[in-house]
Design a protein around this ligand. Structure first.
Ligand SMILES: [Zn+2]
Length: 746
């Protein structure tokens, strides 16, 4: 039951007609619900080890009846709570609510995973149908006035109940989720809240539609092939195709992607065309029939109003109340803490690029040009090639999948937490490439089941992710079943699986999430494992990435798959230097986008900027915070910032950076305490990884570290704490390093 603040916007969309009708809906549904036939594989808990879903018995047609029976069952369970003539107490209300919905959880977790990693048309179709129904179901519970009255009664009595700390937290969370949904409001306010939610959903849908059109209409059309100099033959063919699709025969169309920066900017030699492409990117959605700014202006106003109804000063405050950061001020303080060093890093990178431009101009005997945003990728690509390029084919034999997994990923988990992994081939999987490992604790006791689904398939979502098939819960007597998904290209049968350094990073990252799930040791399912806020959930995973680069782990896994020879030092140094290349730019564009996101969502309804003022509002926010630096534009401008206006991550763009601050700070703690040791692993396991959300994450971190998170280690990790390290001048390095130490300490 992952409920984050980002989720309530969507959930509430389907709250129309609720909550007054909720009880009635519950009764009808409960009365009319068919019972699930016993041969449906979800009808009873799985009898397989760890409650692993019986994949060999599950058919597509089993899901819908199981979902329907699962929702009906949970509504019956909730009705039994509200009908209980006994006065509300923790056991008959909170605990009963936590126990409810077992069948629905079983079918939902299996469906979500299979639909993401091994989908087909039937599952796709069912997903579209079932998501709104699941959202309405959640609302029927969260906005049920009778249920809220009981939860609230227990909540008001909480100080006298002598609850253990986990139970106390469960009650706090249940109450908080219902309050966030608006359960405590008088009817008039509820009705206005519902109207706001509906309008917000409509505005977000309109934004997505306009943006799609704006991106499409913004494609840059070229009628002279010579202008495309620098693009590959495949890219030119794709551009010709794109033009033909637009009815422009004999021309070329450069299609826009989501971010400010466009991939072709790195390749196009024609500077005027680069500028055209850049301007098309940043101006999409401004004016004309695809305008998004009017939608944004209205969205900001309605979000601000909704926050006020819920008792918050602004939308950012409402969203962040559920997160580790807690307040917009805390996010701003973290962003401001990173700004000087990140900006200095970007300025150093800009100086290197300007020098490169000057040298090229001098060599060609023409006047030099001032570095512009549309030049950055083009010249940084050339500097990268000159200084950091390595032959990926030369490196890959040192990163063979099984070596990386057993001698790197599993090895680090063994050294830190004492875990051992034993492959099982006797359990049914949903796809023959999926591998199953039983995970044992240091004392030999069973801990978890780990599924590794590493290969790309046409019916699998892109990217990499972790999820649960079964959540850990002592109350329910469940150990976790966890899956890691990657998208590694599968080689022909009999050939080794050789990885890039990025893919190795993906393995460590996803294992970090998996460990957060596997090491969970809590009573309540809803508080277990990765059921944590957005700005915390990426903390264990980004932390675990550090072992990929740690000499003690790297030396253990980076060996030639045929000869066993260790990776050559010079090659390794090039790989590591390439990782840190251009990080000043990368971090600055993200800090800018995060700052724009928070600033826009901190307005009150009467102070929300008008459509025509949004660009100026953004610039002002960047100037005030010292982030405005002309050659590095924000990763997204408001007019095409889909995360925050088209999706539900408003006031949430900072989250990944926040979690990484925690991760790198924890990495620094590990180094201060001796690195890869069981003692260090035990501390992290005890204080963070086993705790789920049994306490608020900010408290967990403070208890682990004894202070608030610090930004210095993140800057060090990416080489941004070091002043003056020009890409092609290594002499200044040793001096710069000693200075960096004192800076980070201060
Ligand atoms: Zn992640």
């Amino acid at each position: 039951m992952r409920i984050t603040s980002a989720a309530w916007t969507t959930i509430a969309v389907y709250a129309l007609g609720l909550p007054i009708a909720a009880a009635a809906v519950a009764e009808t549904a409960a009365a009319a619900a068919p019972t699930l036939p016993a041969d449906n594989p979800f009808a009873a808990p799985s009898s397989l080890p760890y409650g692993m879903p019986p994949f060999d018995r599950i058919k597509d047609s089993d899901f819908l009846p199981a979902f329907e029976a699962g929702m009906a069952e949970q509504l019956r369970e909730v009705k039994a709570i509200t009908d209980n003539p006994a006065p509300p107490n923790f056991d008959n209300t909170s605990l009963a609510l936590e126990r409810s919905g077992a069948l629905l959880t079983r079918v939902r977790e299996t469906f979500t995973n299979l639909n993401a990693s091994n989908s087909d048309d039937a599952l796709d179709k069912l997903d579209g149908e079932i998501q709104p129904r699941l959202a309405a179901h959640k609302d029927a519970i969260n906005l049920d006035p009778a249920l809220y009255a009981r939860v609230d009664a227990v909540y008001r009595d909480r100080k006298h109940l002598l609850l253990d700390s986990e139970s106390y937290q469960l009650l706090m969370r249940q109450h908080r989720i219902m309050v966030s949904a608006g359960a405590q409001l008088p009817e008039a306010a509820k009705s206005r809240l519902r109207a706001c939610n509906t309008e917000i959903a409509e505005l977000m849908a309109r934004f997505r539609l306009s943006l799609l059109k704006a991106a499409n209409d913004g494609a840059v059309v070229v009628d002279d092939a010579q202008q495309l100099d620098g693009l590959s033959a495949a890219d030119i063919a794709a551009a010709a195709d794109a033009a033909t699709k637009r009815g422009l025969k004999g021309e070329w169309a450069l299609v826009l992607i989501n971010t400010t920066t466009q991939p072709f900017l790195a390749e196009l030699r024609n500077r005027a065309l680069r500028e055209r492409l850049y301007r098309a990117s940043v101006n999409r959605g401004i004016g004309g029939s695809d305008d998004t700014t009017a939608t944004i202006a209205r969205l900001l106003r309605v979000r601000a109003e909704r926050a006020r109804i819920l008792g918050f000063p602004n939308h950012a405050a409402a969203m962040l109340d559920e997160e580790t950061a807690g307040t917009p001020a805390a996010v701003e303080a973290m962003l401001r803490g990173l700004t000087p060093a990140v900006r200095a890093g970007a300025e150093r990178e800009a100086a290197v690029l300007q020098k490169f431009i000057d040298q090229q101009a001098a060599a060609a005997g023409r006047p030099s040009e001032k570095l512009q945003p549309w030049d950055w990728d083009f010249y940084s690509q050339q500097v990268r090639k000159a200084s950091y390029d390595y032959d990926a084919a030369e490196a890959k034999p040192f990163f063979e999948l099984n070596h990386v997994l057993n001698d790197g990923v599993f090895y680090a988990a063994h050294e830190l937490y004492g875990l051992s992994f034993s492959e099982r081939t006797d359990l049914p999987v949903y796809q023959p490439d999926v591998r199953v490992f039983e995970v044992f604790d240091a004392d030999g006791k069973p801990l978890a089941l780990f599924l590794a689904d590493y290969f790309a398939r046409s019916n699998k979502q892109g990217g990499a992710w972790m999820d649960n098939f079964v959540d850990q819960s002592r109350l329910l007597g469940q150990l976790p079943v966890i899956v890691n998904n990657l998208n590694i290209a599968k080689p022909p049968a009999g050939e080794p699986v050789l990885l890039t350094f990025d893919e190795v990073n993906g393995l460590f990252h996803e294992m970090g999430h998996a460990l957060h799930g596997m090491l969970s040791n809590v009573r309540y399912r809803s508080l277990s494992g990765t059921n944590t806020p957005n700005d915390f959930v990426e903390y264990p995973s980004q932390f675990n990435e550090m072992w990929q680069r740690e000499p003690a782990v790297l030396a253990h896994y980076a060996r030639h798959y045929q000869t066993g020879a260790p990776i050559p030092v010079a090659l390794l140094q090039k790989i590591l230097a390439a990782v840190n290349f251009n990080q000043g730019y990368g971090y600055l564009e993200r800090l800018e986008a995060a700052t724009i996101d928070i600033a826009l969502h901190e307005v009150t309804p009467d102070k929300a900027p008008a459509a025509k003022d949004i660009a100026a509002f953004e610039q002002d926010a960047l100037r005030r915070t010292g982030l405005a630096f002309e050659p590095v534009p924000p990763r997204y401008h408001a007019n095409y910032f889909r995360h925050i206006f088209g999706d539900d991550y408003s006031a949430g763009y900072y989250a990944y950076t926040w979690a990484e601050v925690l991760a790198r700070d924890t990495g620094a703690w590990m180094h201060q305490h001796g690195g890869l040791t069981r003692a260090n692993g035990e501390v992290l396991r005890d204080k963070i990884l086993s705790r789920g959300r049994t306490r608020e994450p900010s408290d967990l971190f403070r208890d682990f570290y004894g202070r608030e998170p610090a930004v210095g280690p993140l800057l060090e990790y990416y080489g941004l704490a070091q002043p003056a390290e020009p890409a092609m001048d290594t002499k200044a390095k040793s001096k710069a390093k000693s200075k960096a130490k004192s800076k980070a300490a201060g």
